[in-house]
Design a protein around this ligand. Structure first.
Ligand SMILES: NC(=O)c1ccc[n+]([C@@H]2O[C@H](COP(=O)([O-])OP(=O)(O)OC[C@H]3O[C@@H](n4cnc5c(N)ncnc54)[C@H](O)[C@@H]3O)[C@@H](O)[C@H]2O)c1
Length: 351
């Protein structure tokens, strides 16, 4: 099920992390739906960031800022006066978190506290979707999908920061938000997301398309790791549906998983092979790095709660998700109008 077509029209919405991969898709989608979108994030890092390719500067109101800076962030929030908040800003990379440890904790925990403090002190917010990660679960490397009630706990700094952000969120929920009739608030945990416009370092899709575009072979560090791959529009559609339900004052407060069906659980090696197939040429090579930091082998989510209580379910299977992703990158490298590619994919998803 999707959100109601006209729900976001004319609503004031704040997206933190709008310059990032997921945030740019979300901001553009909301803009297409007629929302008044405000963004807050660090400036885009690259000239070819999706944020620029979509021309978001001319479509939404964006503020370059650091969410760790409570004064600047609160000033922007007071200007935006959002009714709905999607919190995505984060240091989102596991490998980087081993190097920039303090920055990861300060941003993902401290930055989140700044956001929750604003919500606590202002009545204009009706709906909060607080994005953490599937990595906030304590990974037991078991075959079952994690449920929202399962134990939290992260090993690497990124995962630990997201588990800690969950605990902070739960504290705000239990101490303040649950008492408010006009506010709905939920944390959302999604799995590995793929889609066009992601140029992040050390992620399988950007690394693969950059290699293929240069005529090189895809090199895999951890080909056997199994992940629940889903197209970026899937969790975003879930977050938007949840935002609508929370806004309605219905009892949706709490944690929600958004992941694909079990059939989309594939190894990194399977994904790379599929990328090559969709690209139309290239190859895959394995290179085990004995010094690589620890990465989870198996991690997936049980999404029964979203399915039964929200009527949400992933729409695109693994093949379609990869096809759409590679179509986007082929469009980019083929010098197509990327905004139109993104727009067509959103329209296709909503059909
Ligand atoms: N991409 C995935 O597969 C995935 C999976 C699970 C969870 N998530 C979560 O989804 C969210 C978005 O992820 P993404 O893949 O788009 O990441 P991304 O790295 O592409 O974007 C991160 C965004 O956060 C902003 N940001 C980082 N530090 C900031 C700071 N100090 N102040 C203000 N803004 C700051 C960046 O400017 C950017 O806009 C993150 O919270 C991430 O942890 C992503």
């Amino acid at each position: 099920m999707l959100f109601s077509k006209d729900f976001f029209k004319g609503k004031r919405i704040l997206v933190t992390g709008d310059t990032g991969f997921k945030g740019s898709w979300l901001s553009y989608w909301l803009w297409l739906l007629g929302a008044e979108v405000y963004g807050y994030a660090l400036p885009p890092e690259r000239g070819n960031d999706h944020f620029h390719l979509l021309g978001l500067t001319g479509k939404i109101r964006h503020c370059d800022g650091d969410i760790r800076d409570a004064v600047s962030f609160t000033e922007w929030m007071e200007k935006a006066e959002p009714e709905i908040v999607f919190h995505l800003a984060a240091q989102a990379l596991v490998r980087k978190s081993y190097v920039d440890v303090k920055e990861t904790f300060d941003t993902n925990i401290g930055g989140s506290v700044n956001l929750l403090e604003y919500v606590r002190q202002h009545d204009n917010v009706r709906s909060v979707v607080f994005v953490t990660s599937d990595k906030s679960y304590k990974n037991k490397e078991w075959i079952w999908g994690y449920r929202e009630t399962d134990e939290l706990g992260g090993r690497d700094p990124y995962s630990a920061s997201k588990s800690a952000a969950e605990l902070v969120f739960q504290s705000y929920l239990l101490s303040f938000f649950n008492e408010r009739d006009t506010l709905g608030a939920a944390s959302v945990r999604a799995g590995n997301v793929i889609g066009g416009g992601d140029w992040s370092a050390d992620r399988i899709v950007p690394d693969s398309v950059k290699a293929l575009a240069e005529g090189e072979t895809i090199v895999l560090r951890n080909p056997g790791a199994t992940r629940p791959w889903q197209h970026v529009l899937e969790p975003l559609g879930g977050y938007m549906l949840l935002a609508e339900r929370l806004y309605g004052g219905l009892p949706y407060n709490g944690a929600w998983n958004f992941g694909p069906d079990d059939a989309s659980m594939r190894t990194v090696g399977d994904l790379a092979e599929k990328i090559v197939e969709c690209w139309g040429s290239g190859g895959v090579r394995q290179e085990i790095d004995g010094n690589a930091p620890h990465e989870a082998g198996l991690l997936h989510l049980n999404c029964d709660k979203a399915r039964f209580e929200l009527g949400w379910q992933a729409k695109w299977d693994f093949e379609m998700a990869v096809q759409m992703t590679i179509d986007w990158y082929k469009g980019y490298f083929g010098k197509q109008d990327v905004e139109q590619v993104t727009r067509r994919q959103i329209e296709e998803y909503m059909r």
